[in-house]
Write a protein that binds this ligand. Sequence first.
Ligand SMILES: Cc1cc2nc3c(=O)[nH]c(=O)nc-3n(C[C@H](O)[C@H](O)[C@H](O)COP(=O)(O)O)c2cc1C
Length: 198
Amino acid sequence: MPLILETVVTTLSAAGTMHLVPFGLIREDEDFVLAPFRPSPTIENLAERPYFTASAPSDVRVIAGVVTGRRDWPVVDCDTIPGKRLADCFGHAEFEVAAVEDDPQRPRYRGRMVHAVSHVPFIGYNRAQGAVIEAAILSTRLHMLSPEKVLTEMAYHAIAIAKTAGPAEREAWDWIEDKVAGALGRSGRVLDGTSCPR
Ligand SMILES: Cc1cc2nc3c(=O)[nH]c(=O)nc-3n(C[C@H](O)[C@H](O)[C@H](O)COP(=O)(O)O)c2cc1C
């Protein structure tokens, strides 16, 4: 399996409308492949402007927020491409699309990194941040997974949240809990124990 980096990708339409969304970037040699499922505004934007930016947010609420309908995060202009990056991030990289492999379900855009910068020192891994990322991905696949699988995985990720989350990670987790509860028609949460996972 290739290395995949979970990042926040931004693209711009020809009219300048930005689309910001978490995506996994697949490393291929020196390049990174962006593979959005259709339909996606990212695909439409890339047809108009073949550039994308990957930002690594220091606050995982950006990732949990976008997949729970909170899309308004501060951005600034990129340094070398027509694009935007997250204003608050450990670092970001700017890509131009070097090749496209079209596909009816999931086209692949091979991104060539033209610029990369660190903005904030990275001094350690946090398990709760990892758990929020996993739960955020889970929350985009609810239509494909059984409720039992979703709740079993949420219960596992909740352990890291309970043990290692700061306020931002806990808030991000709660947004995902609400989305999962809504989709599964549950009233309680996995973490606070008001309703145990089946
Ligand atoms: C960390 C993370 C990584 C993701 N990676 C991908 C990906 O590589 N491809 C994809 O189609 N969706 C991915 N998703 C799901 C999309 O972010 C989600 O479906 C989003 O709503 C798609 O946005 P769009 O249709 O507005 O482009 C990922 C979600 C998360 C939280």
